[in-house]
Design a protein around this ligand. Structure first.
Ligand code: F6R
Ligand code: ZN
Length: 192
């Protein structure tokens, strides 16, 4: 970890950063139970443990004064009619926000609070999204190419994946008639 200010480039055509410390690859197996069409999920997994998304992280100390940052790349595709997406999470320290800048692709951020509010923000190149404190967030790729975002969030935020793994998000983004639509998650279990 360097102790002097640094820059990095986002190289064409993939926007992979010219420097990073950690490369996370999430495949279908890490999304078990998250896609509503379990038959489509099982059939896809039987063929291959498909790569769904990747994160390139620049490592900084996990303390409040730091800003953790990196690049998230969600690949195009669907499981059944549900688009490839990230696991999604709340920050462990709920009162921490996050900024996303969409660099490439088409998609959206699905968000919700523990209190039941929800929002879906469109992501396309040039869009900057401010995810307020308390809002869980999941990137969804509704396009034909990679969805690439730059993200930045407080160093002490932490990640709570368990809540979403157990309850899911209230809303899903699925393809209907050739386009992306937001629908209720029939298996959302937060009310039980
Ligand atoms: C960090 C953050 C992003 C995501 C990345 C992958 O707080 O929101 O860097 O970590 O888009 O998504 P998850 O972490 O949900 O697998
Ligand atoms: Zn986050």
């Amino acid at each position: 970890m360097t102790e002097t200010p640094y820059t990095f480039d986002l190289n064409d055509p993939d926007c992979i950063p010219s420097r990073y410390d950690n490369h996370i690859r999430r495949t279908l197996t890490s999304m078990r139970g998250q896609y509503q069409d379990t038959a489509a999920y099982d059939a896809m997994l039987a063929k291959e443990d498909t790569l769904l998304y990747e994160v390139y992280e620049l490592q900084r100390p996990h303390v409040a004064g730091e800003v953790l940052h990196g690049i998230s790349i969600v690949h195009p595709g669907k499981v059944g009619d549900e688009y490839f997406m990230t696991k999604g999470h709340f920050h462990t320290v709920l009162e921490t926000a996050e900024v996303y800048h969409c660099l490439k692709g088409e998609g959206c951020m699905v968000m919700e609070t523990p209190e039941g509010e929800w929002a879906v923000a469109e992501l396309r190149p040039g869009v900057v999204l401010y995810v307020l404190p308390r809002w869980a967030h999941r990137s969804v790729n509704t396009g034909a190419g990679d969805l690439v975002t730059l993200f930045a969030y407080p160093g002490h935020a932490g990640h709570d994946y368990g809540t979403i793994e157990q309850k899911g998000f209230r809303k899903l983004v699925v393809e209907r008639g050739g386009g992306a639509v937001v629908v209720d998650n029939p298996r959302w279990s937060g009310g039980q």
